[in-house]
Design a protein around this ligand. Sequence first.
Ligand SMILES: Cc1cc2nc3c(=O)[nH]c(=O)nc-3n(C[C@H](O)[C@H](O)[C@H](O)COP(=O)(O)OP(=O)(O)OC[C@H]3O[C@@H](n4cnc5c(N)ncnc54)[C@H](O)[C@@H]3O)c2cc1C
Length: 377
Amino acid sequence: MTALSRRGFLGVSTLGLAGCAARRVPLGTAPGVNGAPHLARVRVAPERVIRTIVGLRPYRPGGFVVGAQKLDTKTVIHNYGHGGAGITLSWGTAQLAADEARSTGAGARECAVLGCGVVGLSTARVLQERGYTPTIYAREMPPATTSNVAGGLWEPVSLFDLPRVTPAFRRQFAEAARIAFRRYQSLAGEQYAVRWRALYSLGTEHAHTAPSADNPMSDVESLYPEARQLQTGEHPFDVPFAYRRQTMVIEPAIYLAALIRDFQSAGGKIVIRDFASAADLMGLKEGLLFNCTGLGARALFGDEELTPIRGQLVFLLPQPEVDYCTLGPGGTYMFPRQDGIVLGGSFDRGEWNLDPDPAITERILRENGVLFREMKG
Ligand SMILES: Cc1cc2nc3c(=O)[nH]c(=O)nc-3n(C[C@H](O)[C@H](O)[C@H](O)COP(=O)(O)OP(=O)(O)OC[C@H]3O[C@@H](n4cnc5c(N)ncnc54)[C@H](O)[C@@H]3O)c2cc1C
């Protein structure tokens, strides 16, 4: 999806939830002195920037691929192309990929997972839980993967172009989202750095609307607790439209390190290996392979639909008192993490350049600067 549709997606599915939200104080909304919600102000200033990073979202207009392919003597189960939602969906597509292996009748317990990003690691963990003995083969491992660049919000965005969606993808997507949302809840806490946060979607022109029924995003709306449109006075932002719901932020550096520990303490091995082509895979001793190479699948398996959506993040000094996230207004966002305040909001399709662009940094700082400077209270 484009930045525009990221905003469009933040729709309303509040029926039945609004009353529940009104009775309790949601996360990230400790009451202020006058009963209005108090949110700590993010201090946006160029001198507070600690780093700027760039990554390439592995995007396919038709959505991620989970499916089996016979390659000479090998069975390959693909699990790649998660766009801006690889952290979000990883546990779900991992489970679908493991189910796919079972349905192909591949009996071997020894298998290879290609890739050591969030998708490869989650797939390897699900396989271990099902009694397989996977070895991970990867060119890079954390912290050098795209998965380490992710902002880490649980939200399926930049994942498909609506006209390209098939009913089969839609079914897989809905199932993967449901599985992953549930699995992350079981990891909430400091050990995995998975934290519930209030997410404020802010607009200047119109209120958020629910995704239409033909949009797969409508299948995940009901997952979010305490989702509702806020009235003026219920939030401190100087915008006419605010929509709040609860979701999770997953902090990649801590989370991926924890997954590696889990994988290794269950006996898993990681081998650093660069595969130049699919022919190279024939040299592996395993007959059952899980392709979790992200954007790498384009060259490795010739999937030309796979294309990067370049994204740039600007990190500010950490502010532990900030315990909520914002999306918008405009295309920018803010997530609080232990390793810094993440400011983002760039989506450049087809762009491979990994150098930070000073103009994007300036825009991200400027737009977020205005938002937090004009906060009330
Ligand atoms: C700026 C930005 C913000 C993002 N924010 C979010 C967010 O908030 N929430 C979210 O859910 N997602 C987010 N994402 C998307 C997320 O980062 C990706 O969807 C995810 O990292 C994809 O994971 P992966 O494991 O498929 O790929 P990767 O992390 O890229 O891992 C691929 C692995 O395959 C290996 N590999 C590739 N080719 C080969 C080869 N030929 N031989 C051997 N090994 C190979 C690599 O070395 C690596 O180990 C964001 C991405 C960016 C860039």
